[in-house]
Design a protein around this ligand. Structure first.
Ligand code: SPQ
Length: 438
């Protein structure tokens, strides 16, 4: 899915003004297809993210016999086949760059009557899968990985699953969700305890489909054997995509930007909390509930930022936003320290190393550590940086150009389409001096 030719070319300076809506939430879009497919009746989705990752999930369920209309300007209709209605795909399911697809589907497919193999691109093929396959094996699943615990995954069908009580060693919504999805098919109760709050879209959406999920402190539980009833899902704009603009408008003097209809689920708002600690001027307007997910319009105006020690509690709630938060730290006065974020090393790229290398290339004092980074804010120069085929690294360095003293080129940006189709056009529309270098 990714190519190595597409670059971003950025002229320095600029500020952001206007009102924009960034594309739909990636996590919620994946889940809308998965749960809609195994529900009874139709699920009508609006605001669906038409990015490569969510489309990979959509294609996979089509390959398993689910009729899915769209996407047509964010509208998708999923004709659910019920918990036991999926069919064996004719071929391997290729999930491209998408860790969420592969990990959540491991749980969902572990209990089917058929065998299925899932693979991905070179980045996904390096990502750790044992965190999912080991607890699934405790439930009775049989899943083969490659020798080092990475994809492809071969899931053996016809296994009877039993519920487990499981305390996750890592704060991972993908792991929690995989086990809950397997738990739908398991005998008895599946209870998952997380070490820190992670995104709870699966639990909220299951309830929207009429499936009982209890949450008691840090433990989510459900009983197998129920049914999901098709429903309507309005996918809010993705706060992880909005984050690039929250930082951009904060660091570019003279900015005043309104981001419309953004999902502000507390398990995702770490980026707002961290930016506010740094001194950012961010206001939530018109807060409302949309189908069980909190949503707001967000106004952000430029403000001087100062370095902070990022609280551990906020780390999983901002895990995908650290690439751009590192850019905020580079533009802040003083030192920012992140610890407890070793998970960043096993994302689409090693996001600690990739960001440290790029920031250092731009003249920033950035010191990578095993589980985080220490950044001293200061002047930013121009130059060429590598995205390592990682969408969030590419967009983070595009934002950095607002404060650079000369042009920045970001290499290998094709994967921005996995989460944020239309990024260049939208960013230009509100003031970033960006063009797509082909
Ligand atoms: O799907 P993928 O590639 O794993 O996506 C990422 C991202 O930056 O878009 C992670 F690289 O987001 C994950 C996130 O980091 C999406 C997700 C989810 O939808 O459940 C949960 C988080 O991952 P994890 O490993 O902490 O569970």
């Amino acid at each position: 899915m990714s190519t190595t030719v597409k670059r971003f070319l950025l002229e320095p300076g600029g500020c952001l003004r206007g009102r924009i809506r960034v594309p739909g939430d990636k996590s919620i879009s994946h889940r809308s297809i998965m749960l809609g497919s195994i529900a009874e009746g139709c699920t009508e989705v609006s605001g669906f993210l038409e990015g490569e990752d969510a489309l990979a999930t959509l294609r996979a369920f089509r390959d398993m016999g689910v009729v899915i209309d769209g996407p047509e300007r964010g509208r998708v209709t999923v004709h659910g086949v019920g918990l036991h209605g999926l069919k064996a795909p004719l071929d391997v399911l290729n999930l491209g760059n998408s860790g969420t697809s592969m990990r959540l589907m491991s749980g969902l497919l572990a209990a089917q009557s058929f065998d299925v193999t899932m693979c991905g691109d070179s980045s996904l093929s390096k990502r750790p899968m044992r965190r999912v396959t080991e607890p699934l094996a405790q439930m009775g699943a049989l899943i083969d990985t490659s020798a080092d615990g990475t994809p492809p995954l071969k899931i053996h069908g016809g296994r009877a699953l039993v519920g487990i009580e499981y305390t996750m060693p890592v704060a991972s919504a993908q792991l929690k969700s995989a086990l809950l999805l397997a738990g739908l098919y398991a005998a008895g109760t599946t209870s998952i305890t997380e070490p820190a709050l992670t995104r709870d879209h699966t639990e909220r959406m299951l309830r929207g489909f009429g499936y009982a999920v209890t949450t008691d402190g840090s433990t989510a539980s459900l009983k197998g054997g129920g049914t999901l009833k098709g429903c309507a899902i309005d996918v809010p704009a993705d706060i992880s995509s909005a984050a690039f603009f929250l930082v951009a408008a904060s660091i570019a003097e003279g900015s005043d930007l309104l981001l419309e209809h953004v999902g502000v689920n507390p398990s995702r708002t770490g980026v707002i909390d961290i930016l506010r600690m740094m001194g950012a001027d961010i206001v939530l307007l018109n807060e409302r509930d949309v189908g069980g997910e909190p949503v707001a319009d967000i106004r952000v105006r430029s403000a001087p930022l100062k370095g902070v020690e990022i609280p551990g509690e906020a780390v999983p709630r901002a895990i995908d936003e650290f690439p751009v938060l590192f850019v905020a730290a580079a533009c802040a006065e003083g030192q920012t320290v992140l610890t407890g974020a070793a998970e960043l090393r096993v994302k689409e790229s090693d996001r600690i190393q990739a960001m440290a290398d790029g920031l250092i290339a731009l003249g920033v004092d950035a010191q990578p550590t095993e589980d985080g980074m220490v950044i001293r804010g200061g002047a930013l120069g121009g130059g060429t940086v590598e995205s390592h085929d990682d969408h969030r690294i590419a967009m983070a360095f595009a934002v950095a150009a607002l404060r650079a003293d000369s042009a920045i080129t970001v290499r290998d940006c094709a994967n921005v389409n996995t989460s944020f189709p239309g990024f260049v056009a939208l960013a230009r529309e509100c003031g970033l001096r960006i063009s797509d270098g082909g």
